[in-house]
Each structure stands twice: as structure tokens, then as C-alpha cells.
Ligand binder design. Sequence first.
Ligand code: FE2
Length: 432
Amino acid sequence: MAYDLLVRNARLRDGRLVDLAVSAGRIVAIEPRIAAEAAETIDAGGRLLSPPLVEPHCHLDAALTEGLAGHNRTGTLLEGIQRWAQTKPLLTVETVKERAKRTIEWYASQGALVIRSHVDVCDPNFVGLRALLEVREEMRDLVDLQLVAFPQEGILSYPGGGELLEEALRMGCDVVGAIPHYEMTREMGVESLRIAFELAERYDRPLDAHCDETDDDQSRFVEVMAAETIRRGLQGRVVASHTTAMGSYNNAYAFKLFGWLKRAELSIVANPPDNSILQGRFDTYPKRRGLTRVKELLEYGINVAFGHDSVMDPWYPLGTGNMLHAAWLGLHLVQLSGYEEIPLVWDLVTTNAARALGILDRYGIDVGKPADFVVFDAANERDALRMLAPALWCVKRGRIVARASAPRVEIRRADEFVPIRYERPGEGLVDR
Ligand code: FE2
């Protein structure tokens, strides 16, 4: 039997060395050795074959707009918000599309084949949303793109915010957003969540709110999210993004909260690149790290994922859409550096993120699943994180959609340049 695609000598996360066969866009066999021909064959050479990286939180309507309305000179959240307000009138559907597509190419070429993007819908003209609805279709061969209707300036604090949010859902947004901590008062924040949950129920969409993205220990909207989720029976369909205030809560409150988060089956998405530079700006010393309690939430059995968030926008001037950068940075900031913890970080940008996005039924390396996977230039996830390994082959629905060559670096020993690998003697991919 001839397959469409055969990957030989792939190392799975559980350590098995296997061949993997693909037909009609699905994984049809995973065996130690598959004796068959295929239209196309990849020799993975013992490298890690992983489900694709998942970006659970970004802003493609703002991506690559850094500097468009002047640079963020202070690097702060407040100047970022001000620069974004100046940037919005400059956007057109065509330019947003162009930048979003380029950003998606960056993500996909580095192994992220699923993306959830928030889209600012506090705009009566829906420039960003109209652009991204087209991008979602036009980039379907590269990535599965989910769009969150995101009321950046508030559901109640922006004139007509609630109506714009609902219209965005009618236009085709996949997910309902909110930003309770940004509303004018605590009461308006609670009411904004009630409106968002109401819409989620009425339109049968999941919900993903920017929540408690502040160092203010009095910002406690995630408890409202948990309560609304339980009250309406929406367990497993709700994500709280950022929740950085949790890093400042007192322990008695935080651990009471964990119980409710778990009962609500809420997923938490932490975004190390943005929050490590945007939070803690009012602190002198000691200076907070700006992230939620990732390690403790995981220990409590709550689903947590890492997002990249911004890529070159008014809030965050850096980034190439490489999810391994976000994972690497997050690993350090939340101290997931124990021997068993380092491979766990891989889950935060793969399966945990897929669970947050509600796609686990069609995600993973199993016979019968869609043939979406990535071969990284490393022997295992520990080395892939340590070396920020490039994605050598990215496969979407059985088609190679991105590929790269392993970088060749040479060092002079005596009179000869010899290749160097960043692996310890006797470890890693030594047979090349
Ligand atoms: Fe965000």
C-alpha cells in the first residue's frame, strides 16, 4: 500500500522511535517499522515529532504595528494603550490583512499551526475584524484560526460596546471576549462579565476574557468568571487570560479561589513575553514578576497554557511568533525548572493550550487524528526548549506546509572547521 506521506525514525514524546504514515490528511499508522512506499518520505533522524505548537492568545489585528503611530518610548502598558488608540485610525482592511498573514507565516514556520487571536471590536467600522475574518479563510491551509470578539475598551465603558460585541459574534467570531478589570468600576466589570456570559450562552460560543491583567491585588474578576461558569453549566468552555493579579493575592484568598477555578474547569492562559515587561511597572523593589501562579495552579490540577500575546505591537516591540520563546521565558519566570517540570512546559504550549481552545478531540499523535505535527531539530522536548530548536518539518492535514534546514555551525579546531552541536557528548542527535 502506498501512503501519501511517511515519516521515518521519529521520536515521540514517550521516547518511542517510530515510523508514522499519513493518508487522506489523517494519521493511519504508527509502528516501529512500516514497510511501505509513500508519495513523500521524511527521515526524521531520531528527532522529536510533536503535535503542533498552539498559540492560545495573540492579537493579530495589532501585530507588526509597532512604530506606526510613534514608538512606545517608556515600554509601559499605559503608553501602549495610548499608542494603540493613535494606531487604530491608521489601519485599513488591506494593511491589517497583510501584517496578520505575515505574522501567521512566522508562527506556522516555527511550528504553531493553531492560533487563537483576540480582535478589537470597539470599532464601529470593524476594520480589524473584517480583515481577520478573511484571513481566517485565506490562511486555512496553514493554521486553524479562532477569533475572539475582544472589547478592548470595555463592554460598558466604550459607547455601544455591548452592541458591537454582539454584532461581532453575528459576523462570525468564534469566541466571546471581555475585559472586566478595565471597566470603570468593579460593578461595571461584574456586569460586563454577566453580559459576555449571556452572549456566550445565547450564541453557543466559548468565552475567553482578558481578566485581572493588573498588579492590583483587589482585582478579583476571575472569581466572578468561575461563579458564572458554574451557575450556567459552562464548565470546560471558559478561559481566563492573564490573571496576573493572582500573583499579588494573599495566599488564603488564592487557595480558596483555586477550588472554584477547578470546579468551573476554567483554563488559565499566562503570557510571559508581554506580562513580564508590562507588569511590575509601579514597583520599585522588590519588583513583581508579572505572571499568574502558574506552578501552583498546575499542582492544583487546573489547566494552564502559555501564550505569546503580542508580536511587534504598541505593547511589546519584540518577537517572531515563536512559541518556544514564550515557553522558554515562562519556564524561567515561574520556575518550572525541576527535572520533571521542564518536559511539562511543553504541555503548556501544546496539549494544555489545545484543551483551553476546545480542540483536544482532533489534536495529538494518534491513529485516526488529523495529520498535524511538527518535527523539531532536537532529540526530545527538553532539548527543544533548551536550544529553542527550529521546526524542520511542519505538517498540516498531511501536507508539508513549512520546512527548514538544521543550522550548521562550525568551530575552528587546529586548522579545521568542524561542526558543533549544542548537545552533551553521547546525548542527543549524535549520529549526523
Ligand atoms: Fe492579550
